[in-house]
Design a protein around this ligand. Structure first.
Ligand code: G6P
Length: 610
C-alpha cells in the first residue's frame, strides 16, 4: 500500500527520503515520487515503477534542499501513471502533498473546485485535497490553518504530509485512519507512514493519533488535536535494527523470513511458559482474563493469512478450553450489524496492526461494549494502541508481502492463549505440561524441516508449470490447506484452492486429472484413514498427490511418489509444522516461474484502505 516519508532538518533531504522509500518498498506499490522546496521553489519528480527508477531519473537534477516529501503509491483511484503518482500540486505549483487513505467525497469536492477555476491533472482522490488547501490559503493566515480547514471538509481516511513555498521551512503532517509516525533525530525530523522507514535514522518516535496534526519547523514540533489544542505526546523508543529489515544474504525477504521461524516461534513463546505449573503466562491478558473466562463466546477476526490463523485458533480453543468460538472475516463482521455486547470477547488478529477492516472491526467491537483484544506484531500499531489489551508476536518486521513467520507466530500465540484459558477450565497440570513440552520442541522441529528442503525444491521443479492446484486437509489440516493455497496463489499466480478433504466429492473432484496437482495434509490423527481414502480417490482419477505426512508414517510412500515428511507433534500444533513445507513449495515454484516473490503484483503488505 501507499507509503509516506517526509524530512525536515539540516541534512540534504532527497537521499534520506529515497532511503525511507526503499524501506517501504515491501508494502507493495506501483509508482513513486518526491518533492522538495529549494530556493523558494518546488521541485517535483514522479515515476511509474520502482523507487530505483525514480532515483535514477533524478540523476543529480534535484537542487539541494533540507525539506521534502516522498511517496510510494498503490493505485486505488486512477491507473498507475506519472500524473497519478504523488506528490500532487496545486494550480500554482506552490504546494506539494502526499496522501495515504481514501477521500470518499472527492467527486463532489472536485466538482466544486473545478467550478471555482481549479485545474486538475490526475484521476486521483488525493488531488482534491491539495486544491482545497490552495483554496483555503486565499483566506487563511498560514499554511497550518489552510490545511486544517481543508481537512475539515474531507470525508474518509488520510495520512498526509504537505510542504509549500509559502512556508518553505514548514512540514505539516496529519492523520485520520492512516498511520503516521514522527521520528525525532538530532536537529531533524523524519515522518513516515510506517516506522520501518525510520530504521537506521532514529529511535525516538511519536505516533500520531486520529485527528492530530503536527507542524514541524526549525523551531521544533507542535502537535495539535482535533480541537486545535496543543497537546503533549509521549516519545516512544523504536526497537528496530537496520539489519532486521535487510536480506542478510538471502535472495528474498520471504525466504529469510521462512528460515527465521525457529527463532520467531521461540520468541513468541519466550518468557510465557510456566513449565512446572503447566500454564501460560500472558502479561498482556492478565487483567482481562476473568472477563474472557466469563464471556459467552469468543470471536476471532482478521483478514487474509491472519483470518486463517483465527480458523486454527478456533479449533484450538474449542478443543482444549471448551469455550464457544466464532471466526469471521473482519470486512464482513464490521458491516453486517453483528450481535455483540459486553458479554463477548473479540480478538482481532493482524500482523501489521494497520489493516483497515481489522481496525474497523476492533472499533465496532469496542463501541458495542465487547472486550476488544489484539494479537499483532507491530509494536505501537493502531490496533495495539486502540485495543483493550492484547498479545504481541515479537516476530520482528515481516517484509515479504506474503505472510510467513507472522502466521506461525500467530498460531504459537493462539496456542498460548488456549493453554491459559484451558488451565482455568479444567485442563490438568500434566496435560498443560504436555502442551508446553510440545510447544518448546517446535523450533527444533521447524529447523529440521528447513534442513531438508531439497525434496521440496525438487517437487517445485516437477510442478512449476501447473495452472491449478488443490490443497486438502481435515480438522486442523483444513485451515492449513487454505493457507497453503493462499501462499501459492499470492506469489506464483497459480490458481490454487483449499478445501476440507471431505468436500472434494462435492465439486472439486470434477477437476482432477494429471494436470492438477493435489496437496494433501495427512497427519496420523483421528482422520488419517479418511484422508487416505481421499488420496485414493485422487489417484483413481489419475491425479498426482503431494502428501505432507508424518516422519514415521510407514504406508504413505505406497500411495504417492511425492511425500514431504515432517516431525510428529500435537494435532493442535501440527499446522505450524505443516506450513513450513507449504511456504517453501510456494516460494520455490514462484522463483522458478520468475515471479517477484517479495512484492507480488497487485498485492500490498498492509491493506490500509477498505
Ligand atoms: C494483506 C497481506 C497478507 C495479510 C493480510 C492481513 O493482504 O498481503 O499477507 O495476511 O493483508 O494483514 P494483517 O497485517 O492484518 O495481518
Amino acid at each position: 500500500m501507499c507509503g509516506i516519508v517526509g524530512y525536515l532538518g539540516a541534512r540534504e533531504a532527497a537521499p534520506i527520503l529515497l532511503e525511507g522509500l526503499r524501506h517501504l518498498e515491501y508494502r507493495g506499490y506501483d509508482s513513486a515520487g518526491i518533492a522538495v522546496v529549494a530556493n523558494d521553489q518546488l521541485h517535483l519528480f514522479r515515476r511509474v515503477g520502482k523507487v530505483k527508477n525514480l532515483a535514477e531519473s533524478l540523476n543529480g537534477s534535484l537542487p539541494k534542499a533540507t525539506i521534502g516529501i516522498a511517496h510510494t503509491r498503490w493505485a486505488t483511484h486512477g491507473v498507475p501513471s506519472e500524473s497519478n503518482a504523488h506528490p500532487h500540486t496545486d494550480c500554482t505549483r506552490s504546494l506539494a502533498l502526499i496522501h495515504n487513505g481514501i477521500i470518499e467525497n472527492h467527486a463532489s469536492l472536485r466538482t466544486i473546485l473545478e467550478r471555482g477555476g481549479h485545474r486538475f491533472c490526475s484521476a486521483t482522490d488525493t488531488e482534491v485535497l491539495v486544491h482545497l488547501i490552495e483554496e483555503h490559503l486565499r483566506s487563511a493566515d498560514d499554511l497550518e490553518t489552510a490545511v486544517r480547514r481543508a481537512l475539515a471538509q474531507v470525508e474518509g481516511t488520510y495520512g498526509i504530509a504537505v510542504i509549500s513555498t509559502h512556508a518553505p521551512g514548514t512540514l505539516i503532517v496529519a492523520r485520520k485512519g492512516s498511520p503516521l509516525v514522527i521520528g525525532i533525530g538530532r536537529g531533524e525530523y523524519i515522518c513516515a507512514s510506517d516506522p520501518t522507514a525510520l530504521a537506521g535514522a532514529t529511535r525516538q518516535v511519536i505516533y500520531l493519533s486520529d485527528g492530530e496534526m503536527a507542524v514541524i519547523s526549525a523551531n521544533g514540533l507542535v502537535i495539535k488535536n482535533h480541537d486545535n489544542i496543543e497537546i503533549d505526546k509521549d516519545v516512544s523508543e523504536l526497537d528496530l535494527e537496520l539489519e532486521t529489515i535487510e536480506r542478510c544474504g538471502y535472495p528474498h525477504f520471504m525466504l529469510k523470513e521462512i528460515y527465521e521461524q525457529p527463532d520467531t516461534i521461540h520468541d513468541a513463546l519466550r518468557g510465557r511458559l510456566l513449565e512446572c505449573d503447566g500454564r501460560a503466562n500472558l502479561d498482556g491478558l492478565r487483567e482481562v482474563m476473568p472477563r474472557i473466562l466469563a464471556s459467552r463466546r469468543i470471536i476471532l477476526t482478521g483478514c487474509g493469512t491472519s483470518w486463517h490463523a483465527g480458523l486454527i485458533g478456533r479449533y484450538m480453543i474449542e478443543q482444549y478450553a471448551r469455550l464457544p468460538v466464532e471466526v469471521e472475516y473482519a470486512s464482513e463482521f464490521r458491516y453486517r450489524d453483528p450481535m455483540l455486547d459486553e458479554r463477548d470477547v473479540v480478538f482481532c488478529i493482524s500482523q501489521s496492526g494497520e489493516t483497515a477492516d481489522t481496525i474497523a472491526a476492533m472499533r465496532e467491537s469496542l463501541n458495542r461494549g465487547a472486550l476488544g483484544l489484539g494479537i499483532c506484531n507491530v509494536v505501537g500499531s493502531t490496533l495495539a494502541r486502540e485495543s483493550d489489551a492484547g498479545v504481541y508476536l515479537h516476530a520482528g518486521p515481516e517484509i515479504g508481502v506474503a505472510s510467513t513467520k507472522a502466521f506461525t507466530s500467530q498460531l504459537s500465540v493462539l496456542a498460548l492463549i488456549t493453554l491459559a484459558l484451558a488451565r482455568e477450565r479444567g485442563l490438568t497440570k500434566e496435560q498443560g505440561k504436555t502442551i508446553i513440552r510440545e510447544l518448546k520442541s517446535l523450533p527444533e522441529k521447524v529447523s529440521h524441516i528447513l534442513e531438508h528442503s531439497e525434496v521440496i525444491q525438487q517437487y517445485a521443479r516437477e510442478f512449476q508449470d501447473a495452472e491449478n492446484f488443490l490443497y486438502l486437509g481435515r480438522g486442523y489440516g483444513f485451515p492449513a490447506a487454505l493457507e497453503g493455497a493462499l501462499k501459492l496463489k499470492e506469489i506464483s499466480y497459480i490458481h490454487a484452492e483449499g478445501y476440507p478433504a471431505a468436500e472434494m466429492k462435492h465439486g472439486p473432484i470434477a477437476l482432477i486429472d494429471r494436470d492438477m496437482p493435489v496437496v494433501v495434509i495427512a497427519p496420523q490423527d483421528k482422520t488419517y484413514e479418511k484422508i487416505i481414502g481421499n488420496i485414493e480417490e485422487v489417484r483413481a482419477r489419475n491425479g498426482r498427490v503431494v502428501v505432507v505426512a508424518n516422519e514415521d508414517d510407514p504406508w504413505i510412500h505406497t500411495l504417492s511418489d511425492y511425500v514431504i515428511r515432517i516431525p510428529k507433534t500435537l494435532d493442535m500444533l501440527h499446522p505450524i509444522l505443516a506450513m513450513i513445507p507449504l511456504q517453501l513449495l510456494a516460494y520455490y515454484i514462484a522463483v522458478l516461474r520468475g515471479c517477484n516473490v517479495d512484492q507480488p503484483r497487485n498485492l500490498a503488505k498492509s491493506v490500509t484502505v477498505e
